[in-house]
Design a protein around this ligand. Structure first.
Ligand code: ADP
Ligand code: MG
Length: 553
């Protein structure tokens, strides 16, 4: 209790936020509503799993109160609440290691930077864009004492015990002088509708209004307090597709993803039959910032009969689809399913399988710029999929793209075989770190001369692990040109002659280089360059294997 310093990073973050997100400050409402909804979700789950809350008569609600006289906006919920420790940990420190990355990724471009907010769990701090003082009054479900967390956002905060009747959180914000627009009923309603229309709980707006009594000279002004539910409060995914427009899907996406861009793709399905479930998936237009971090936040939430179960389960979809955002709502899982047993659950395994197929098929159907955008953001994780998801390997091989020795831009295996030699059925590739070096490789000379296309794979870390295990694509065999004979090679006899002729030279090179090399060979692969250095094809690439392990694959 008493006064505390904010973590230094928070001070920095607050400064950045007030400056860089200035033009987009309305998102503070989205962040607070989303936190309130999460807190209600969590209490809802407690009611299912813990005896002591089962009897409580309760339904989740959020309220927003506007007070023009006091210059304040208050938002409250009857969710799980926070105790003293929670307040200090959740609001006084930045627990997630991603925040550092957030800071590093700030661009100074308000629109881009606001996209980052929320991805790293810095949502609450957005209140300081509009508030000069904030009190968070909270009581945790099942505990006696309530606490108040107060701050003006400049480096210090104070926690004191207070009284509060029931569990939940109330956030009182004294608005800055030039942020009075957020005391206006219409403005607040507009913002809430824009971002939070399909939050599953009612949001009730309390505001004061002026009414008139009497006629003519007798007419008198009267202030009255009114309240009104301002959102739909139906979980969007439960509505029939026919009732939903693209805008509805996009807005809902923005509330669950904190992204301000439109998604690249959305996919809403209701599956009926023995195993009933609804899924709503989105693919972000820009890959999530934490996609290559081991502590990435999974993007899919699990619900059972519209009750939130978890948003922290990395196995709802395979790890290579960790960029997908959305919801799975099952009708058949038991409501009190424990998070621990989810992993071995057969119902869930079935949902996962169906979902992966749906998502990949939808990606395959993307066209033109949208498909190119997908490849620019996710080609690398698709390669991870090729390595880890044997069941969907064929589809993934249709999606993945590579550079080519003979074509502009990126090509697919399908493109390649449509141009290739259909007698031989071979797909040639070369792997290395640098595109330029690969394109100038002496090994390519013979292929260029013979007009044979070679795939240029310059994501060495990934390609060197993934490509060798592809094996074949539609009966075409993949061949690493550093390990095979070049096209148009000489007959066996001619080769023997050449080998004899150059034997003394080979011996001399071997002697000179000694342990630095494994082998010196006469080759017919080169046409213009006299010699080249090759890597050993069986050399393991430890780096990539480590990366897969880190992502839990
Ligand atoms: P995020 O929501 O991404 O975790 P926030 O900065 O929005 O990040 O919130 C930080 C944490 O504070 C939340 O994870 C939650 O534990 C807690 N919190 C915030 N608002 C509430 C609330 N209304 N009720 C209960 N807990 C809350
Ligand atoms: Mg939040």
């Amino acid at each position: 209790m008493g006064k505390h310093q904010f973590q230094t990073e928070i001070g920095q973050l607050l400064k950045l936020m007030t400056h860089s997100l200035y033009s987009n400050k309305e998102i503070f409402l989205r962040e607070l509503v989303s936190n309130a909804s999460d807190a209600i979700d969590k209490f809802n789950y407690l009611r299912l799993t813990e005896e002591q809350f089962k009897e409580e008569e309760w339904s989740g609600k959020i309220f927003i109160k506007l007070d023009k006289e006091d210059n304040s906006l208050t938002i409250g919920d009857n969710g799980i609440g926070m105790n003293e420790e929670d307040l200090m940990e959740n609001l006084g420190t930045i627990a997630k290691s991603g925040t550092k990355a957030f800071m590093e990724n700030l661009t100074g471009d308000a629109k881009k930077d606001s996209n980052l907010i929320g991805q790293f769990g810095v949502g609450f701090y957005s209140v300081f864009m509009v508030a000069e003082h904030v009190d968070v009054i909270s009581k945790k479900a099942g505990e006696e004492q309530a606490y108040k967390f107060s701050t003006d956002g400049t480096g210090e905060y104070e926690v004191t015990p207070v009284t509060k009747e029931s569990h939940g959180t109330v956030i009182y914000m004294k608005l800055k002088d030039d942020e009075k627009e957020f005391l206006d009923k219409w403005r607040v309603e507009e913002v809430v509708k824009k971002y939070s229309n399909h939050i599953a709980y009612p949001i009730v707006l309390n505001y004061s209004d002026v009414e008139y009594e009497g006629e003519g000279d007798e007419r008198k002004e009267k202030r009255v307090q009114k309240s009104e539910q301002i959102n739909e409060a139906t979980a969007l995914w439960t509505l029939p597709k026919s009732e939903l427009k693209k805008e509805d899907y996009v807005e809902f996406y923005k509330t669950i993803s904190h992204d301000s861009e439109e998604p690249l793709l959305y996919l809403h399905n209701k599956v009926e039959g023995a195993n009933e479930f609804t899924t709503l998936f989105y693919i972000p237009r820009t890959a999530p910032m934490d996609m290559y971090r081991a502590d990435y936040q999974p993007g899919v939430k699990l619900y059972v009969k519209r009750v939130f179960i978890t948003d922290d389960e990395k196995e709802l979809l395979p790890p290579y689809l960790r960029f997908v955002r959305g919801i799975i709502d099952s009708e058949d899982l038991p409501l009190n399913v424990s998070r621990e047993i989810l992993q071995e659950n057969r119902i869930l395994a079935n949902i996962k399988q169906t979902s992966v197929k749906r998502i990949l098929n939808a990606v395959k159907k993307l066209e033109g710029e949208d498909f190119d955008r997908f490849v620019s953001q996710y080609n690398r994780v698709i390669k991870e999929g090729i390595y880890t998801d044997y069941t969907n390997k064929e589809t993934l091989l249709e999606i993945v793209r590579y550079k080519s020795s003979s074509q502009e831009g990126l090509v697919s295996f399908e493109d390649y075989i449509s141009r290739g030699d259909s007698e031989k059925k071979e797909i040639y590739y070369i792997i290395g770190e640098d595109e330029k070096v690969l394109r100038n490789s002496p090994l390519l000379e013979a292929y260029k001369k013979a007009n044979i296309e070679v795939l240029i794979m310059d994501d060495q870390e990934v390609d060197s692990i993934v490509t060798p295990m592809i094996g074949t694509y539609k009966e075409w065999t993949l061949k690493d040109i550093t390990t095979i004979e070049a096209p148009d090679s000489k007959t066996e006899e001619e080769k023997k002659e050449i080998e004899e002729e150059f034997k003394p030279l080979v011996e001399k090179i071997k002697k000179t280089l000694g342990d630095e090399i494994k082998e010196v060979k006469i080759s017919t692969r080169l046409t213009e360059s006299p010699s080249c250095v090759l890597k050993d094809a069986s050399d393991p690439m430890a780096g990539m294997a480590a990366m897969f392990a880190q992502m839990g694959q």
